[in-house]
Unconditional design. Structure first.
Length: 112
């Protein structure tokens, strides 16, 4: 996916661009509900202030936390999944893509 965030944008504009890019995904399985992104009705990312929160496998979340790419988000009862807060808009496209894959039943690749 091309990164539409070459320059820092206001968070809502960055989220709108991200949403538009994911809505144009060939699978056509993404929907938007306010400031949340869903795949087949399951929330996988949402805007919270200046951050994007993404739901990822616990192992991938731990990797991002240890590398200071994200912070742990709100507690989640789902074993094996974690919400991660991402503040750097440059990481939003890749990590929202991974969260989309994970919510859709595929294990994300973790390219970063």
């Amino acid at each position: 996916m091309a990164n539409p965030f070459d320059d820092q944008l206001p968070p809502i504009e960055a989220f709108d661009r991200l949403a538009a890019q994911l809505l144009d995904d060939p699978d056509r399985d993404v929907s938007v509900d306010g400031s949340s992104l869903l795949v087949r009705g399951k929330k996988f990312a949402y805007l919270d202030g200046d951050s994007l929160l993404v739901r990822l496998p616990a192992g991938r979340a731990d990797d991002l936390l240890h590398r200071n790419i994200g912070e742990l988000g709100p507690f989640d009862d789902d074993e094996g999944e974690s919400w991660v807060r991402i503040t750097d808009e440059e990481d939003w496209v890749e990590l929202a893509g991974e969260a989309h894959e994970f919510a859709g039943g595929r294990m994300p690749g973790g390219e970063s």
